[in-house]
Write a protein that binds this ligand. Structure first.
Ligand code: PHE
Length: 333
């Protein structure tokens, strides 16, 4: 019985089968139990010997059963672990870190510079009223920028702002004088797309209103700004210009970044980079429209294309690169 049971236990492959072997050998109706039951028929001398022997056999079988049971349970667990194993190394792909877009970098740099000079950062909406975008800014009804071909109108009274200048109006109306603020954001014009034009681009606007503010303050402020932004060796050139909301008005050029003024392909031999800035002394009508007394206060304002500043600063030849989100381009910044 012992050998037979031990052989069966050794061959056994499952916990269920092992249990059947246990019942067959040690169970109530099992072989060994049968022998123990039949011991009554033995002689008194034989009985203890036989009993001891049967107990030894039972212990050995029980031992073998327990060992086998443990082994089968371990195998079963290992099989399950094998099946449910998760390769945590598979998903180890490094999450790629993004970074700040070159336009946002430029915008933040500009704002920081002006904040250091005592300006506050103000904000205005992209959907603007005709009143703020044109009327209060002293734009004559006949001004070409009001044309349907130059402005995205939403209806007769609302439009997508064509410039950040309407934020001047909002700031003066809300905060009054004295005032020093910059504001930046998206502006919209139905321009055809080329390497320097896009129907959506970015401007940074600045406004200073105080007593005795002069053109000299304007030029000094912009010179300091341009030197900080592009380097001390940059030269500036102030050309007379016209804007409805400033008088006098000027357009500001800076030395070509590529040739430092010598004249090259990038600046078409002029030595000056493309127009970056419009500026001027705030028109008295604009101050009046915002409830500020032009006898007591004067001011200057300026507006610049952030996209163009970024292009000059980083030597980018095509504005579209700033909006394409091509990683091969963006990863360079
Ligand atoms: N708003 C003008 C433009 O978009 C720029 C400007 C701002 C000019 C402030 C003068 C003063 O061209």
């Amino acid at each position: 019985i012992e050998r037979e049971s031990l052989d069966q236990i050794a061959d056994c492959q499952s916990l269920e089968a092992l249990d059947k072997i246990r019942v067959a050998s040690l169970g109530k109706k099992g072989q060994l139990t049968g022998i123990l039951k039949g011991m009554g028929k033995l002689s008194p001398e034989e009985r203890p010997k036989m009993g001891a022997l049967a107990n030894e056999v039972r212990e050995r079988i029980e031992g073998a059963l327990a060992d086998k049971k443990e082994k089968l349970e371990r195998d079963k667990l290992n099989q399950q672990l094998d099946k449910e194993w998760i390769d945590i190394s598979l998903d180890k792909k490094q999450a790629r870190r993004g970074h700040i877009h070159p336009l946002s970098q430029t915008k933040e740099e500009l704002e920081d510079l002006f904040v250091q000079m005592g300006f506050i950062v103000y904000e205005g909406p992209e959907i603007e009223s005709v009143a703020n975008n044109f009327d209060a800014l002293n734009a004559p009804m006949s001004h070409p920028s009001r044309d349907k071909t130059d402005t995205f109108y939403i209806d007769d009274t609302t439009l997508l702002r064509t410039q950040t200048s309407p934020v001047q109006i909002r700031a003066m109306k809300e905060l009054g004088a004295p005032l020093r603020m910059v504001c930046s954001g998206r502006v919209f014009r139905p321009d055809d797309v080329d390497d320097t034009h896009s129907p959506m681009f970015h401007q940074l606007e600045g406004l200073v209103v105080d007593e005795k503010v002069s053109m000299a303050n304007l030029i000094h402020t912009l010179d300091v700004f341009i030197h900080e932004m592009f380097g001390q060796d940059m030269q500036t050139r102030y050309r007379p210009h016209y804007f409805p909301f400033t008088e006098p008005s000027t357009e500001v050029d800076v030395t070509c970044h590529a040739c430092h003024g010598a004249g090259c392909k990038a600046c078409h031999g002029t030595g000056w980079s493309m127009e970056l800035l419009g500026a001027g002394m705030v028109h008295p009508n604009v101050l009046r429209n915002c409830g500020i007394d032009p006898e007591k206060y004067s001011g200057f304002a300026f507006g610049m294309g952030i996209d163009r500043i970024a292009m000059v600063k980083y030597g980018i030849s095509d504005i579209r690169l700033l909006f394409d989100n091509d990683e091969r381009f963006l990863n360079q910044f």
